[in-house]
Write a protein that binds this ligand. Structure first.
Ligand SMILES: [Zn+2]
Length: 138
């Protein structure tokens, strides 16, 4: 089941994705759909990490959060608010960051950062995938 953010509707947002736990669960399930692989050492075995839905490599102890390497990578805002922003941008890419910041009650700069990442995805792939493909990395 490939779920892209374009298909996210307001019912999902106000229902399933209204809790932090469900948002993280969703990201973890999608990200590790084909199994866990440690980004540091390539190991496939993991145990539960310290934060909700994070996974910890059993060999090198590297811990990866549910949001790491997703569109929300290093995005320090409440995950439920981040989902709202994705929803709003996907449904109306012309939405201003001023409007976003008013809706989610976050600083405009914070909204701008996430929005520009989303727009990059929309431009290059025509949709927002939950996985963030950083062009700078080899
Ligand atoms: Zn490892």
């Amino acid at each position: 089941m490939a779920m892209l953010f374009k298909q996210l509707d307001i019912k999902d947002l106000e229902g399933f994705f209204s809790t932090e736990e469900n948002c993280l669960k969703f990201l973890a399930e999608k990200k590790w759909e084909e199994g866990f692989i440690c980004k540091t050492c390539g190991n496939f075995n993991y145990c539960k990490g310290k934060t909700l839905y994070s996974r910890r490599c059993t060999r090198c102890k590297h811990e990866e959060s549910a949001t790491a390497h997703t569109i929300f990578h290093r995005c320090h805002i409440p995950i439920t608010e981040a989902f709202r922003i994705v929803y709003m941008v996907c449904h109306d890419p012309s939405v201003s960051t001023y409007e976003l910041s008013r809706q989610v009650e976050l600083r405009q700069m914070t909204c701008w950062k996430l929005k520009s990442r989303l727009m990059e995805c929309l431009k290059s792939q025509g949709e927002v995938d939950i996985l963030f493909h950083d062009q700078k990395k080899p």
